[in-house]
Design a protein around this ligand. Structure first.
Ligand SMILES: [Zn+2]
Length: 332
C-alpha cells in the first residue's frame, strides 16, 4: 500500500469551495471525515478523484449524548461529576447506552454510505482527559455506579457520597494495578467488539484509532493508567494506530514526533500512521515549523502522514505550499 498523504477535514459549508480547492491542490490522496460531515455529494466528488475516505467515529465524548443519557457523566477520583472542558464533553466509556448508540452510528453509517467509505478511525476511545496541553491534569476516572458495578462484578446500585469516597480510596491505594489493567481491558474489549462487527459486515474496511501521543515514560505511564489505552493490546485489534503527535499543543519540538512514533512501533504490531498539527495553537505555527514536522513525521513512518487539519492550510498559502511539496502535489 502506498504511503497515506491525507487531511483531517471537517468541512465548513461556508468555505467548502476554498477547502476543496486547497485539498485538490495539496495532492492529498486520503481524507479523514467526521461521521457527521458525510454527504452523498462530497463522497461522490472524493470518489471521482479516487480519494481514500476514512471516517472519524467519536466514541466516548459528545455533548449530545450527555443530554440523551445523563447517566453517562463520568465521575472522577474526588467523587465529582466531570463537566465540559470548553469543547470537550467526556462520557463514561463503560456506559452501556453510549456503547450501543455508537454501534448504531457505525451500523447506520455503513448502510447509508456503503463502499464510498474505506476505513473507520476510532476517536475518543479512552477514559476522560483533556490532554492537548503541556501539563495535563491527571485525574483518575471513572467511578460512576456502572463502572463500580462492572469492576466489582456486582449488580448496579447507587453509592452514597461517603461510600463512594471509601471505595475510590480503596481502589487507588490498594488495587491500583488491577484497576489500570481492567480499564485497559475494557477499552480493548470495545475495540474488539467493533473489529468483530466489521469482520462480519465489511471485512475490507481498514480499522484505525487515534491514540494519545504519549510514551510510557510520559506523565507516569498515564496513557495506560489514566486513559486506558494500551497500544500493545489495541494494536492486535486494529490495522492502524494514529498517535496524535501535535507537537505545538503538547509543548514539544518537532523531533519529539519521531520519538513517539518509534516507541509506538516497538510496542504495537499495528501500522503506525502519525497525525501532526497544522493548526495555530497555541500561537501561530509557522510554515517552516510545519515543514520540519512533516519531514520528521514522514521519515519516521513508512505509512505516510495525516494532517490536522485542512482548514488551517486553507487559510495560509505558505502552509499549503509546504504540504503540496511534501505530498508531491505539484507534479504535472
Ligand atoms: Zn463510569
Amino acid at each position: 500500500m502506498p504511503p497515506i498523504h491525507g487531511f483531517y477535514w471537517s468541512p465548513s459549508p461556508a468555505h467548502l469551495d476554498a477547502e476543496w480547492n486547497a485539498f485538490v491542490q495539496s495532492g492529498a490522496s486520503s481524507v479523514v471525515l467526521p461521521v457527521h460531515a458525510l454527504t452523498d455529494a462530497l463522497l461522490e466528488r472524493l470518489q471521482q478523484r479516487s480519494t481514500t475516505v476514512y471516517v472519524d467515529l467519536p466514541l466516548f465524548a459528545g455533548a449530545d449524548l450527555r443530554v440523551s443519557f445523563p447517566d453517562s457523566a463520568p465521575v472522577d477520583e474526588y467523587g465529582s461529576v466531570m463537566g465540559a472542558d470548553e469543547w470537550y464533553v467526556p462520557l463514561c466509556p463503560n456506559n452501556a447506552r453510549v456503547r450501543a448508540h455508537r454501534f448504531a452510528n457505525l451500523r447506520s453509517m455503513l448502510e447509508r454510505y456503503d463502499d464510498a467509505v474505506h476505513g473507520i478511525w476510532l476517536d475518543f476511545v479512552r477514559y476522560p482527559l483533556r490532554w492537548e496541553v503541556p501539563q495535563p491534569n491527571l485525574v483518575q476516572t471513572c467511578f460512576c455506579d456502572q463502572c463500580l458495578a462492572l469492576f466489582f462484578a456486582h449488580p448496579l446500585r447507587e453509592y452514597v457520597v461517603d461510600e463512594r469516597t471509601t471505595v475510590i480510596r480503596s481502589i487507588l491505594y490498594e488495587h491500583l494495578d488491577t484497576w489500570i489493567e481492567w480499564k485497559c481491558q475494557r477499552i480493548a474489549r470495545f475495540v474488539q467488539d467493533i473489529r468483530d462487527f466489521l469482520r462480519t459486515q465489511r471485512p475490507d474496511l481498514r480499522l484505525g484509532l487515534f491514540a494519545l501521543p504519549w510514551r510510557l515514560s510520559d506523565h507516569n505511564a498515564a496513557i495506560r493508567a489514566i486513559v486506558g489505552q494500551d497500544v500493545a493490546l489495541l494494536g492486535r485489534r486494529v490495522d492502524v494506530i494514529s498517535p496524535m503527535v501535535y507537537h505545538r499543543l503538547c509543548g514539544q519540538s518537532p523531533t519529539w514526533i519521531a520519538d513517539v512514533v518509534e516507541e509506538m512501533r516497538t510496542r504495537s504490531c499495528a501500522d503506525i500512521l502519525p497525525i501532526i498539527q497544522t493548526i495555530d495553537a497555541p500561537g501561530s505555527l509557522s510554515a517552516a515549523n510545519l515543514r520540519r514536522a512533516l519531514e520528521i513525521a514522514r521519515a519516521s513512518s513508512d505509512q505516510g502522514v495525516l494532517l490536522f487539519d485542512l482548514s488551517a492550510v486553507v487559510r495560509d498559502p505558505d502552509k499549503l505550499a509546504v504540504v503540496r511539496k511534501a505530498f508531491d502535489g505539484g507534479r504535472g
